[in-house]
Design a binder for this molecule. Structure first.
Ligand code: PLP
Length: 425
């Protein structure tokens, strides 16, 4: 019999912890993960045939919903043309054009295969360009799992309660400084770059305070450090051109991932021609990848980007704003306090017994995420066919495929789940 338990048991035997990425594990919420057999639009179906309204959406990679017919068709064509060559292809040029056309200050991009790779490469480039060593990141922001940035990270690192990771040497993080989010640090001329999630979406959702990003830009300029926006989540999800146009602050370097692969493995980093010219083969900073700019991934990503414009982002943002307000209401009427902060279509969810303000940094987010309420809430939602991320540090991803009825059903389930969670803790 094909059951979630039997697949998980088999996975545990041959894959550490049964998962290929720790955020997918149910370690912080307990229980057996559902094993997905297929997905369609807003839904995923597990190996037992149960269908869930999916708010994970591959942690934001899926903007149109799963297996969008146009993306599937585009991939069908692309796959029969050959999947990788080790030579330039039109697909990578087309995706790079679609990105640079929209994003301010993005004159050139280099495609890679994951967000981690994008960030790792952008940091190396910033160091090479400035001739400086130090990097500053913010507490609770997640920038992938490259050694130098695996410190004070959000997402799976926070979910497992880890300060960083064993196996990362003191030397590897010696040049990484950490500052609290939403406070502008004072820099000096040893700092090559400041990296920030313009909207922090790996410590649940923490939005930037008014002026935070603009003052960060000024502080970087004052000492000649580069500003890197890690837009692996916000890029082409927050709005049509990402955080720079949304907040009116342009970084020197961008990192992308998730949405731009249309559900296939992709990452990208880019910036002005001046900065990007330091990269090999034009310049001395080495960076490479056998599958970089992969024809399948670029075909899927370009198909997604072509299908979304200002209208789609406005539509999604408006829906999410209404949904968030109602979510707070239903949870409150069930006897708990909820805050569902939004920024564009990005949506967070904090639960508590007592009144609280929306968190502005990791410490505040952590207190709420670790209060024990998410676990019973998560399971009660799952029992009712609503799949949230199995960890309190992730946000909810509403795709363009989620219907009014899906959101309505989610609200009804949230009322039941909140009542249960309130009673049990
Ligand atoms: C997901 C994520 C990454 C890492 O991307 P991967 O494709 O998982 O390697 C980096 N930065 C941010 C902000 C992310 O959300």
């Amino acid at each position: 019999m094909s059951t979630n338990q039997s697949w998980f048991d088999r996975a545990l035997a041959v894959i550490p912890g049964g998962v290929d990425s720790p955020v997918r594990s149910f370690r912080s919420v307990g229980g057996t993960p559902y094993t997905v057999a297929s997905g369609s639009g807003a839904y995923v179906t597990d190996v037992e045939g149960r269908t869930y309204i999916d708010f994970v959406q591959s942690y934001g990679a899926s903007l149109l919903g799963h297996a969008h017919p146009a993306v599937v068709e585009r991939l069908r064509q692309a796959v029969s043309d050959g999947t990788t060559f080790g030579a330039p292809t039109p697909g990578e040029v087309l995706l790079a054009e679609l990105m640079t056309e929209r994003v301010p200050g993005l004159e050139q991009v280099r495609l890679v295969s994951s967000g981690t790779e994008a960030v790792m490469s952008a940091v190396r480039l910033a160091r090479g360009f400035t001739g400086r060593d130090r990097i500053l990141k913010f507490d609770g922001c997640y920038h992938g799992h490259s050694d130098g940035l695996l410190v004070a990270g959000g997402s799976g690192v926070a979910q497992l309660g880890l300060p960083g990771s064993v196996g990362v040497t003191a030397g590897a993080v010696a040049d990484t400084l950490v500052a609290p989010y939403n406070r502008v640090p004072t820099l000096d001329d040893t700092v090559a770059a400041v990296i920030v999630e313009p909207v922090a979406a790996n410590m649940n959702l923490v939005t930037p305070r008014g002026g935070f990003l603009a003052r960060l830009r000024e502080e970087c300029d004052r000492v000649g450090a580069l500003l890197i926006f890690d837009e692996v989540i916000t890029g082409f999800r927050l709005d049509v051109a990402g955080a720079a146009s949304f907040f009116g602050v342009t970084p020197d370097l961008y990192c992308f991932g998730k949405v731009i692969g249309g559900g296939l493995p992709v990452g990208a980093f880019g910036g002005t021609r001046e900065v990007m010219s330091v990269l090999a083969p034009a310049g001395p900073v080495y960076q490479a990848g056998t599958l970089s700019g992969n024809p399948l991934a670029t075909a899927a990503g370009a198909e997604v980007l072509r299908r979304v414009g200002t209208k789609e982002y406005e539509y999604l943002s408006a829906r999410v704003a209404t949904f968030a307000a109602r979510l707070e209401e239903v949870v409150r009427s069930a006897g708990l306090v909820a805050r569902a902060p939004v920024q564009g279509p990005l949506l967070g969810l904090y639960l508590s017994h007592d009144e609280f303000l929306a968190p502005e940094n990791f410490e505040q987010a952590q207190r709420l995420c670790d209060n024990g309420l998410y676990r019973p809430f998560f399971h009660a939602m799952l029992e009712q066919g609503i799949a949230l991320a199995p960890g309190a540090y992730e946000i909810l991803f509403v795709s363009l495929a989620h219907s009014d009825d899906d959101l309505e059903r989610t609200l009804e389930a949230a009322a039941v789940a909140a009542r249960g969670a309130a009673a049990r803790s």
